[in-house]
Design a protein around this ligand. Structure first.
Ligand SMILES: [Zn+2]
Length: 307
């Protein structure tokens, strides 16, 4: 082999190796780009309605959500925390579902109690119907705590409404207490939906959640279909609060207000332990007939409708 031939062969092999290396690099770059595209543009499903959506299509600025209500209370930190929860929800819910929950700014306020007992206010994001009813069904019966977390932003309006109702209250002493489930129910479901929602309320208020001081010590049968007296007997002695709640300003949180009897019994237990109940926040409230209807046709005689 001549020297000239050897040089030619070496150049050819070097060129071939260079070409192969470039091809490998190009392939790697293509794979990297495909991976980035997958991360950025992969179709995702809405947590609530399961409609396929694209995360990037749902990233519009959400700082204006709930703004009128928040401006009314002049609490910029609360607004910022609410916006943070809303932005997080946008990554998991489709635009249609987001639009529904963002328009829930007309808080449903109810006074729980009756003529011969003290009343307490309960603030709900909306009525128990449509997407709210569907969401609560999925959280509880399809066992989806992640949906409860995603919907935490919808608790901003009732939280603001509750704060607006308070006068001369030390908000630093607020403790958020979820309505407890009996331990057998927690074991069956795997979580307490009220506790998941209470975390969002506590985040909004920059307060602590206390999920151990109020306990449901007796399993109760469902309240649905029971008369007023039967409801009270069913819940009698079902809740016990620890002395740790004494001197605390307690805010009760539940997923849905139905008869109001459960939250009222929780409030009574907290009061018996020396705590002060500021009110309750729920994601939804059942639609009841207004006070003044004949008692047999009034579904919740213990509740008077304020709004
Ligand atoms: Zn959806």
């Amino acid at each position: 082999m001549t020297v000239e031939k050897t040089v030619k062969q070496t150049t050819f092999n070097f060129g071939k190796s260079l070409g192969t290396a470039q091809a490998i690099l190009a392939k790697q770059r293509r794979r990297l780009w495909q991976f980035v595209c997958l991360l950025l543009f992969e179709p995702t499903s809405c947590l609530l309605c399961q409609v396929e959506t694209r995360a990037e299509a749902n990233q519009q600025d959400s700082r204006q959500d709930h703004l009128p209500l928040c401006q009314a209370i002049d609490k910029p930190a609360l607004l910022a925390r609410g916006a943070k929860l809303t932005r997080a929800a946008r990554a998991t819910l489709c635009m249609e579902c987001m639009e529904f929950f963002c328009t829930l700014t007309e808080v449903k306020t109810t006074l729980i109690g009756d003529d011969d007992s003290p009343t307490m206010p309960c603030f709900a994001s909306g009525f128990y119907s449509g997407p709210l009813q569907e969401a609560i069904y999925q959280i509880k019966y399809l066992k989806r705590p992640e949906l409860a977390n995603a919907l935490g932003f919808a608790l901003l309006p009732p939280t603001v409404a509750l704060l607006k109702s308070l006068t001369d209250v030390d908000t630093d002493k607020i403790v958020v207490v979820p309505v407890p489930l009996h331990k057998s129910k927690v074991k069956e479901r795997g979580f307490n939906q009220a506790e998941e929602l209470a975390r969002s309320v506590a985040h909004l208020l920059n307060a602590k959640v206390d999920s151990s001081s109020l306990k449901r010590v007796r399993a109760t049968r469902p309240q649905f279909g029971l008369s007023r007296g039967e409801r009270r007997r069913n819940l009698d002695g079902a809740f016990v609060a620890a002395s740790g709640l004494a001197t605390k300003n307690v805010l009760l949180v539940d997923d849905v207000l139905t008869s109001g009897a459960t939250i009222y019994e929780c409030a009574a237990a907290v009061s018996a332990a020396g705590g002060t109940v500021l009110g309750a926040i729920t994601l939804a409230r059942a639609k009841w007939q207004k006070r003044g209807q004949p008692e047999e046709s009034t579904v919740v005689p213990a509740i008077s409708i304020v709004i």
